[in-house]
Design a binder for this molecule. Sequence first.
Ligand code: ADP
Ligand code: MG
Length: 332
Amino acid sequence: MKKVVICLMTVLMCLGLCACGDSKAERSFFAMDTYITVTAYGKNGEKAVQAAQELMEGYDALWSIGEENSAVSRLNRGERISLDRDTSALLDRSLEISHMTQGAFDPLMLPVMELWGFTDKHYAVPSEDDIKKALSLTDVQGLHLENGTAYLTPEGCKADLGGIAKGYASGAAADMMRKMGVSSGILSLGGNIRTIGEKPDGSPWRVAVRMPFDEGFIGIVEVRDKAVITSGGYERYFEENGKLYHHIIDPKTGCPADSGLMSVTVVSGDDTLADALSTALFVMGKEQAEEFWREHEGFDLILLCDDGSLYITEGIKDDFTSDMEYEVISNR
Ligand code: ADP
Ligand code: MG
């Protein structure tokens, strides 16, 4: 009996490998404010990358704040909108993770983003008064989800799902591609990477984590079927009087987060969680991020501090390599 099972497994594994073969499908396009590349091996590769593009362009049309008729823009103009399945799931997760991170992840940060000029590139350091006013509109309690609809109060509240939407999109696209028969693949959305299965040769995907403000990288993490999502102040910023102001806002101050972290990478099977946490933990700083990791399941971290020190959490210690010195954060 055992022999039969082993033979059957060998045949299935061979079939799996043959199905991958060399048939690679790849497509690059611009959506969700970033340059995206989707690569698939295996059955239906071409169809799957095409479908992934359509899916993400659809999300862009729903959630873009630059698109006048998107669901989020209508919500931000004060309308009560009916929710499709994905927008409903995305808003639910946004609220859940906002609570879980005690507000460090805040999906209503748009008034502050606008004030600093991140939405129209008319960058300016605002006055403290203006920051205070904009901050008063960012309380997550202002987002109401009721009977398949959503609305915002008080007037002036505006949602910005830029810290979580790409994660939701890569997770959903990967699920769909897998269902279509893709056994191996990789999606790259700026600092967000999502892997499907393993490489066609059976080895894990090797994802390089970029060194902020540099051509090089911090290290390489080997993953199968996981997302590797990085946030940092180096992705989008402006300079005034020699100081850099970046696009991740600390909801406590209304200013670019200055927590001593240069970048946060989250490795997880849950892309939506990974994307939102990469933003939230960047706001929290190293000590709180470490504590948060100890108290929650389902993800690992690579933390690069402003002073160049590097930390990884225990769960990826056998999968991470770097030329830099680093410390492993353990459970106790
Ligand atoms: P990127 O979009 O460059 O990959 P992030 O995932 O870290 O980077 O998301 C940053 C974006 O999230 C900002 O451009 C803004 O739209 C939004 N944002 C900024 N601060 C916060 C915050 N504290 N909580 C939630 N979203 C935020
Ligand atoms: Mg994010």
